[in-house]
Ligand binder design. Structure first.
Ligand code: ADP
Ligand code: GLC
Length: 470
């Protein structure tokens, strides 16, 4: 089958979070299964794009309404990522350093989606499926089905994967004219709660909807930022497929970013070497358990509670624990996390910012990774932690619930029910107990490192889903 993935992010081309990791890995695994999976992303001004070689595949003008733009489709020359990577350079719109956060994001992603379809529609052959990811590409299923200029591909099945329904990309009806011509009586397909809502439009128009874990699909019937009833209505065509991880990028045995590589057999010495190096850099004590948080500092991750959680835990456990945070986001949270550095010097540190290499070093060097998420569609951090022998301390929600089993149930993680300071600090105390039970701690590490979360299984599940649509 030939599958076209359209996405705003793709690791290592452009990454903000887990969406990039998924789009950078799933297509590779689909190709390994003998299919042709291609990826299309906007050409931002990122290091990967500046440092790699691309050839021009297509050069044209497009328009959203009466706004004209010049764009160029470039293909990465060496199949470096294990799939054909196409980037769309749109003059003045995509060529900026960040993926999101500009005043004209609606226009940027509108132009990106239109350029992508204008290009596909003039191919000599038809792809077997167009796979869209999140709201940035959410108008594609509507346009493929309804825009007159895309009529020749209207029979191509579209699939939407919801990575995160917290963001929906809504905009006002004054911009309806951006969308290439269609019968106006179909406008209802674009609407949700009085706005044009790209995520809702995709849920209505895609042939199939997937979520990145089965539990997230369940939860969305009652908690999906206003889309609950729509998801209940479209439940018949929806399925939860648990994300995998790229076992080649995330492998403690070969990871070039680590101080020392290790396997299940050498995990104790390997983790100690990585922990010692990390603690030296951040002024922490490697003989004490190291707790960490890695992620976007936003409410859905429970980040607003982190300062109080760490303050309380560091008070409760005195000199007996270390904490290291890596993250960026809400500036109020960033400020409070920075303040703790002075109060708990030698026991707490934080790196505020984005740092891919440091994240690998932390997964390898930490003992525990905490994820007190309020919403977690899948979560990849806990899967990386498992692979690197770091015990996940997670709230039982979404993908965390589907991937982490509590040590009390013969599992390998520590789970709690609520995103509250009390629940999380209690979980931290249980983690300290586990750390002090050396025999059990070693056994838990070995168990979790044996779990296979690679994309093999999920890549096949997606293929089976597409095949039903043929
Ligand atoms: P989300 O996509 O909601 O942010 P995921 O758990 O799916 O959450 O994926 C987060 C990804 O982003 C992981 O690869 C994680 O290591 C990475 N990440 C998050 N914040 C940072 C950061 N500050 N520095 C480096 N990597 C980060
Ligand atoms: C989203 C979700 C996260 C998920 C990721 C990849 O950003 O917040 O839980 O792991 O997408 O699917």
């Amino acid at each position: 089958m030939e599958i076209i993935h359209i996405s705003a992010e793709c690791y290592p081309v452009a990454k903000v979070g887990g969406l990039a990791d998924v789009v950078g890995a799933l297509p590779k695994y689909q190709n390994k299964l003998g299919h042709i999976a291609k990826v299309v992303v906007p050409a931002y001004d990122t290091k990967f794009i500046r440092e790699n070689d691309f050839e021009v595949t297509y050069d044209a003008w497009g328009n959203y309404g009466n706004n004209h733009f010049q764009y160029r489709i470039l293909k990465e020359k060496t199949n470096k990522l294990g799939f054909d990577l196409y980037i769309i350079h749109i003059q003045g719109l995509t060529d900026r350093p960040n993926v999101y956060g500009y005043f004209d994001d609606t226009e940027r992603f509108m132009a990106f989606q239109i350029a992508t379809l204008d290009w596909i529609v003039q191919w000599e052959h038809r792809p077997d499926v167009i796979h869209c990811h999140d709201h940035h590409t959410g108008l594609v299923p509507f346009m493929v089905a309804n825009s007159i200029k895309y009529q020749s591909i209207s029979s191509v099945p579209t699939v939407l994967t919801i990575h995160n329904a917290q963001y929906q990309g809504q905009f006002g009806w004054d911009k309806l004219y951006y969308i290439p011509g269609f019968d106006l009586w179909k406008s209802g397909l674009l609407e949700w709660k009085k706005d044009i809502n790209p995520l809702a439009a995709a849920i209505k128009c895609a042939w199939r909807v997937t979520t990145v874990s089965p539990s997230y699909l369940e939860e969305m019937s009652t908690n999906a930022r206003g889309l609950e009833s729509l998801l209940r209505q479209e439940r018949g065509k929806s399925i939860g497929i648990l994300n995998g991880i790229d076992n080649e990028v995330w492998d403690p045995q070969t990871d070039p970013m680590l101080e020392k590589s290790y396997t299940i057999k050498t995990v104790e010495a390997g983790k100690l070497a990585n922990k010692t190096a990390l603690c030296n850099v951040f002024g922490l004590d490697p003989s004490k358990p190291l707790f960490t948080f890695i992620g976007r500092l936003v409410d859905e991750k429970g980040a607003d509670l982190l300062p109080d959680i760490f303050y309380t835990a560091l008070q409760q456990h005195g000199d007996n624990i270390n904490v290291l945070v890596l993250g960026s986001g809400d500036s109020w949270v960033e400020g409070r996390l920075n303040q703790l550095k002075e109060i708990f010097e030698g026991r707490y540190n934080a790196y505020i910012g984005y740092n891919e290499q440091l994240s690998h070093q932390i997964y390898a060097g930490a003992d525990f990774l905490i994820m007190p998420s309020r919403v977690e569609p899948c979560g990849l951090n806990q899967l990386y932690a498992l692979r690197y022998g770091t015990v996940p301390v997670v709230r039982r929600i979404g993908g965390l619930k589907d991937t982490v089993i509590d040590i009390g149930d013969d599992g390998f993680g520590i789970c709690h029910d609520q995103t509250t300071i009390g629940d999380v600090t209690h979980a931290i105390s249980r983690a300290v107990e586990l750390y002090n039970d050396k025999k059990k701690f070693k056994a838990v590490r070995k168990t979790m490192m044996q779990i296979d979360h690679s994309w093999d299984k999920a890549a096949q599940q997606y293929i089976e889903l597409y095949q039903i649509l043929k």
